[in-house]
Each structure stands twice: as C-alpha cells, then as structure tokens.
Design a protein around this ligand. Structure first.
Ligand SMILES: NC(=O)c1ccc[n+]([C@@H]2O[C@H](COP(=O)([O-])OP(=O)(O)OC[C@H]3O[C@@H](n4cnc5c(N)ncnc54)[C@H](O)[C@@H]3O)[C@@H](O)[C@H]2O)c1
Length: 332
C-alpha cells in the first residue's frame, strides 16, 4: 500500500515537495497545509487534495505516514520546530527543510523527539543526492582519497534578502557544511571571518577555517553577493592517495589519483535516467530516497542526511557565529 504523505508549508518549496510526491507512485499525497489560507487553498486545488490551515488539524484528520515540513520563518528556519514536533508526535516520519532550525536548543529537541519516538527524521540536504556526489563519496569510502589532508568548499549564490545579521551563515550554509561533513566527518574547531557586501547590512560573505576531528583541514567560502547563472558550488577533497573536485553538485566530478597522470571524470550525461536537468532533480532524488527508505521500513539510523546531520551542521555554523563575535577560535 502506498505511503500516505502530507506537506506542511505551501510556499515555493512546499509546492515542489508536493509535486514530487504527486508524481512518485510509491506514495500518495493526501493533503497540504499552510497557515496562509490562500497558499493552502491554491496548492490543494492545483494538486487535487484537501487543504488545512494548521498542522494539528491535518495530522488528526489524515493520519499521514510521512510529512514534509517546508515552512520557513525567521532565518528561513524558525518555523520548522513546531510542525516537526507535531508531526513526529502524531506518529509521522518527517522530512524537514534545511536548516533543521535556526536555534540549537530547538534543533536538539527535534532530534531527541525523533529518536525517542523511533521515527525517521531527515533534512532536505539535496546537494548530496546526485550521481556525481555519490561517486565522490564512493571514492572516499573505497580508499581512493586515503588519509584526508584538506577540504575546500565554496558556495556562492545571489540572494539580496536582508534579514538577521546571520541569515547567510544559517540559511545558505547548512548545505555547504553538510557536503563537507558528508565527505570529511565531524568538525572539531572553527575560525570565522565575514564581510558585508556593498550596500548590505548582513554578513553576506564568509570565510571559515575548519579543523576536522580526523585532523584534516577545511576551508569554506560562502557568499550571497555573487551573480546569478555562474557556478554556485565547488567541493575539493584531497588526501594522500588522491584528490577530487566536485563541480556544481551534479555537473562534474574529477578524480586526480596521486602518482598517476590519468584522471577520471564523471560528467552529467546528456541523455538517460541519470541525467540531472536542473536543481529540481536534487529535490526529486532526495525526497524519493527518503520516501523509499521509509517504505522499506529502514531504521531511523539508516537515514542519509538525517536530523542528527542537520543538527551537527547547525552547531558548526553557530560556532562560526561565536567565532566572528568573539574574534577567536571555537572548539566544538
Ligand atoms: N533544500 C533547498 O535547496 C532549499 C532551497 C530553498 C529553500 N529551502 C527551504 O525551504 C523552506 C521553505 O522555503 P519557501 O521559500 O517555500 O518559504 P516560504 O516562507 O515562502 O513558505 C513557507 C510557508 O510555510 C507556512 N508556514 C509557516 N509555519 C507554518 C505552520 N506551523 N504550519 C503550516 N504552515 C506554516 C507559511 O505561511 C508559508 O506560506 C525554508 O526553510 C528554506 O530554508 C530549501
């Protein structure tokens, strides 16, 4: 029987989640909900499912198996806490948008709640759900990189929104931090510098120096001030045995083996099932992977891009903010 799925939050991203569920035969989209009646009604009409105006009513009426939480709020994350807890307590597995939450104590409670209730809890870390990123991870796991030395990551987009001073750090960089942690593991220490772009009141550019628990070194450049349409993401991981460069999530990944002048390159194919057409495909694969794991009865610990990963990423970003404010290195 198909998993019964509902979506909480009907902005652009919630509609995207709902469209993906609607087109995935493994699940049945049963309802949508938004505090804004116009948004809930618009999505419901478009998708042919009932509209609700608050999460508890929908959870009680429909008893879905799985919920996407695609709310936003302050720092694009303050509205995640309450509906995630409500959905978990109603017995749902939850896929929550990034950032897990804009405050650490609430994020901790979300992870603890899912653990206590033995529910699968994932974060929409869609950037790691591409064939290129998967291949890079396999190279790491197969020992082709060897003992890691350094990780360089860049994430640059254009986002003119002015919000809290730490909006760019907290709302953009869950992705970059997750990709870095995905390949290099937990972070031990953080040092941060930031710059406000011309005319901006928020910290819209960041340089982060990192030390991973493995001893590897990390560096992250992030910006909300870059032109649209150019590359937006690059991750380089170097070790004793080899180095890879992953370009724009799905576009290309290149392995440079040590002591060998022949490199391996995976390029997004022009045709075929593995082809990524655009950023939307990262959502499609991430969401379908989560739903498939839930349908297969996977253990909550088996979730790729879990709530615990979301919390760990956010703790590094909070340490970056503390480092910026205190002008010091923060140990996690
Ligand atoms: N994974 C990605 O690549 C990616 C990209 C962009 C945005 N996002 C994330 O997606 C989320 C949504 O983004 P958006 O642009 O659609 O936001 P949005 O603010 O346009 O929409 C969020 C909607 O949630 C509703 N809402 C808030 N609290 C609610 C509650 N308790 N119950 C029901 N509805 C509630 C709001 O009324 C609003 O309509 C954000 O958290 C953002 O960080 C992720």
């Amino acid at each position: 029987m198909a998993l019964r799925v509902a979506v909480i939050g009907c902005g652009h991203i919630g509609n995207l989640h709902a469209d993906i569920y609607k087109s995935f035969p493994l699940v049945q989209l049963v309802g949508v909900c938004d505090l804004r009646h116009d948004r809930a009604d618009g999505a419901a009409q478009r998708l042919g499912v009932p509209a609700f105006y608050d999460a508890p009513s929908m959870l009680q009426a429909l008893a879905p198996d799985l919920c996407s939480v695609a709310t936003g709020g302050y720092e694009y994350g303050s509205d995640h806490y309450q509906p995630t807890i409500q959905a978990l307590e109603a017995g749902c597995h939850v896929l929550c948008e990034k950032p897990i939450c804009n405050t650490i104590p609430e994020a901790e409670k979300m992870v603890e709640c899912a653990r206590r209730l033995k529910r699968c809890f994932g974060i929409d870390f869609n950037h790691r759900f591409t064939p290129a990123a998967r291949l890079a991870k396999k190279w790491v796991d197969d020992g082709l990189i060897g003992e890691q030395l350094f990780v360089n990551m860049c994430m640059w987009i254009c986002n003119p929104n002015e919000s809290s001073p730490y909006y760019m750090i907290k709302a953009l960089n869950p992705h970059s931090m997750d990709v870095m942690r995905h390949f290099a593991g937990d972070v031990e220490a953080v040092q941060c510098f930031c710059k406000k772009g011309p005319g901006r009141t928020i910290w819209s550019n960041m340089q982060l120096n990192l030390k991973f628990r493995s001893g590897a070194l990390g560096h992250l450049t992030a910006s909300y001030d870059m032109a649209r349409g150019h590359p937006m993401e690059r991750c380089e991981v170097a070790g004793i045995k080899g180095r890879f460069v992953l370009e724009d999530m799905w576009r290309e990944v290149t392995l440079y083996p040590a002591d060998c002048l022949t490199k391996q390159v995976y390029t997004n194919p022009v045709f075929g099932p593995d082809r990524y057409r655009d950023f939307g495909d990262t959502f499609r694969v991430r969401i379908q992977t989560f739903a498939q794991l839930v349908a297969d009865g996977a253990a909550p610990e088996a979730i790729d891009g879990s709530g615990a990963d979301g919390l760990a990423a956010q703790k590094v970003l909070q340490a970056a903010i503390d480092s910026l404010e205190q002008r010091t290195i923060i140990t996690l």
